[in-house]
Write a protein that binds this ligand. Sequence first.
Ligand SMILES: [Zn+2]
Length: 415
Amino acid sequence: MSSVHRYIEDRESLLVRGLQDMVRIGTVNPPGLDYRAMVEHLLVRCQGLGMRSKVHRVPDGEVRRIIGSSEYPRYNLIARWDVGRERTVHFNAHYDVVPCSGQWKFGDPFEPGIAAGAVYGRGSGDMKGSIAALLMAVEALQASGVEPAFNIECSFTADEETGGELGAGWVVGQGLLNADFAVVCEGAAGTQVGCGHNGVLWLEVELIGKAAHASRPEQGVNAFEALAGAVNKLQDYKRKLQAARRRFVDFDGQPRNPTINIGGTFSGGQGDKVNTVAECARFSIDRRLVPGEKLAVVERELRRAVSQAADQQALLSYRVESPLQIEPCVVDVEDGLPGAFARAVQVVRRRAAGFKVTSGFTDLHYFVVEGGLPGIGYGVKGEHAHGVDERVRVRDLVLTARTYAEFMQRGFEGL
Ligand SMILES: [Zn+2]
């Protein structure tokens, strides 16, 4: 085993402690708690590794424009280890975590405990474990006197759990990256290398009719009945998503169709009563796009279905808003980076690596679609992400750190 790998294997407990320190900073999003404490923590760690590091606070006006309030500021950190190489690989990880509920094994989800070889805590798998592994990889190369095959640039960004517009989207949009390739530290794990992800479109539909006394319903316009009509119309649409021409086939041969979830949230108006004609009805739509689909086309399809249903009811008005839009993305696996990374995976895991397009979305599209960089996704394999008892195996932390280190060390050699 080379000195870099040995270094990481010998520092398992340090790696775990590094992760625990980060889990204790409860960066819950929404609303975006403790972001400042988190970037300051990471700033100290990156500076400790001799990286040129800078915290970027997103201007309050921008924050207000996207989330309606600037009560919780957004911060992103960029750190660089320049070794004078021609090319630079950018590693991105988000540091926000989703809110918690339920009974946790160790009580407090932000007081990480260890049981049966796994670290428990919110964010341990998604994705502070990957941050800990990445920083350990940099440390191992430095301590072993091994120069990476490329300059290393890292960004630790906010808000992935709510779409990433003020995090990864912001750092890419502001031109803060100076890199040739991107590795987003989630989206695949183990022996799989992430080569893309599904897209997503959220819509909130509000139907507005006219309230009336239930004894004279003809004087009102029933928004609830209109909602039923719209939901029915969307059933036809849902069936059409199963068509063969809509299908995407993943690198491993697995077919996947687009999906739609209707009514994840639904509600009525304030004056709802059993003896009143419903004035207002709302429901949400979560539509997942497979690679090859386009947001603009999908949004048009859905708006058409809603408007056709709404138009069947005279005097009814409606509003459709879209709080989240993410394009699907898929990368060219012949492009060099996926193959080079897969080789590092193979060396560490001692098994063949495969490529995978994940069904959930990550921030990868900001780097690939908007930033125009070749990119892949790879991180720790968390369990129960977003759920109770989220955890990550210590062994997986170590192997992921070694995989990052192997890739940094080996680079694109031979390709
Ligand atoms: Zn994540």
